[in-house]
Design a protein around this ligand. Structure first.
Ligand code: KG4
Ligand code: ZN
Length: 381
């Protein structure tokens, strides 16, 4: 059948014009958070408020995040935290242009709590709702503090994920490598637990390591020298448990083991990232410089890891972008930012958008290789 060209093409809907303001809500693990972000007329991002209620005290007696306790705490706190974020921002609900909420991946009870509040607000205010991938929030987080244009190489290193991704554009991600078992944050948390350092494990272990000798214990560096960008942390975690078992369990033994473990993680992250840097560079055109490298996620708060990645970047000709510490661990400013970026491009979701316990950032590579896709054991799998 002939197609008539005798009509004007369908008009694309006009994109929202800045300034606009987005409320972001985060509740995917053990942080209940809300933040308000503004995109100014000149294209800058202003963080009007960012409020976080940690559940550390609720989970500490159990040495890890308990999903039922997390869900209940999110339900109890979410409205209060949203109100606090709104009050601190100095705007009113009627000034909001859109609501963004984490809709996965994460602990399902918590995600539902945040998403339901977001849906209620979007409905009541009659403004768009944007369901945000929590990992995309982390991926964009350095842009909260400084301009970081696409494309960049991303090391996403958190409690549930350890992945290397080529970030080509908003929503356009290629996975270059991923953990095949535990996430780096999980290895920190479990090693800290074995040594009785308390909860949350990552920061506690980092503190203990400051007094220790990085070469006191010989620990494995999984996949060293191999020509891919995948990770494995399960063996390292087990090696820490064995070494602690046969130690005298003194404070010095804990410090030395913590320092040796942290050094092993630094070495593994840097060595695996160097493989991904080569892969990333080969996918760029010659004019695509300078090369940018982003480290994001809770483990990116670790100073020794930041330092070793800084050294790697200097060696490999990359410039390092890392979010300020408060935006490494879970927060709602990064969710509001992802929402803001999608809103600016005219994206939004229906009010029946679902909470997703699993939601790989790079849908294609997860389909091609489910083994290194979304099957992690951590709370954010
Ligand atoms: O990004 P995040 O807050 O939550 C997830 O999305 O998983 O990351 C939490 C993880 C935990 O495993 C925590 O122990 C780790 O980040 N973490 C750290 C540090 N601060 C948080 N690991 C090592 N050193 C730190 N300073
Ligand atoms: Zn996170």
């Amino acid at each position: 059948m002939a197609v008539s060209l005798n009509h004007s093409p369908a008009q694309a809907p006009a994109l929202p014009q800045a300034p606009f303001i987005v409320l972001g809500i985060e509740s995917s693990c053990d942080e209940t958070a809300a933040a308000v972000l503004k995109r100014t007329k000149s294209g800058e991002t202003e963080i009007l408020s960012s409020v976080i209620a940690s559940q550390d005290e609720d989970h500490a007696p159990f040495g890890g995040v308990v999903p039922e306790i997390a869900a209940r705490a999110h339900m109890q706190k979410i409205d209060l935290i949203i109100d606090q974020a709104m009050q601190k921002s100095g705007i009113t609900y009627s000034d909001l242009d859109a609501i963004a909420a984490t809709s996965g991946p994460g602990l399902i009870g918590g995600v539902i709590a945040g998403l339901m509040s977001a849906k209620g607000l979007a409905l009541a205010l009659d403004i768009p709702l944007i369901g945000v991938n929590h990992l995309e929030g982390h991926a964009l987080s350095p842009r909260l503090a400084a301009p970081c244009p696409f494309p960049y190489l991303l090391l996403l290193v958190s409690g549930g994920h350890t992945q290397l991704l080529s970030v080509k554009d908003l929503g356009d991600y290629d996975r270059l490598g991923s953990t095949v078992d535990d996430a780096a944050g999980e290895a920190f948390d479990k090693s800290a637990k074995v040594m009785g350092l308390g909860f949350p494990g990552g920061p506690r272990l980092e503190k203990q390591a400051r007094k220790g000798d990085i070469s006191a214990y010989k620990l494995p560096r999984p996949y060293r020298g191999q020509d891919h960008a995948n990770f494995s942390f399960a063996g390292l975690k087990t090696a820490v448990a064995r070494a602690f078992e046969v130690s005298d369990k003194s404070d010095k033994a804990k410090s030395d083991l913590a320092a040796s473990f942290q050094q092993a993680v630094c070495d593994v992250l840097s060595e695996r990232t160097s493989k991904a840097m080569a892969m990333f560079k080969s996918g760029l055109s010659e004019t695509d410089t300078p090369h940018r490298f982003v480290v994001a996620g809770g483990v990116a708060a670790n100073q020794a890891i930041r330092q070793s990645l800084e050294t790697l970047c200097a060696e490999q000709g990359f410039s390092l972008f890392a979010p300020p510490l408060k935006y490494c661990t879970d927060n709602a400013a990064m969710i509001a930012l992802a929402g803001l970026e999608h809103y600016a491009r005219g994206h939004s979701d229906d009010l029946d958008v679902k909470a997703r316990p699993r939601w790989p950032l790079d849908a294609t590579s997860a389909q091609q290789n489910p083994a290194s896709g979304s099957g992690k054991k951590g709370p954010k799998s």
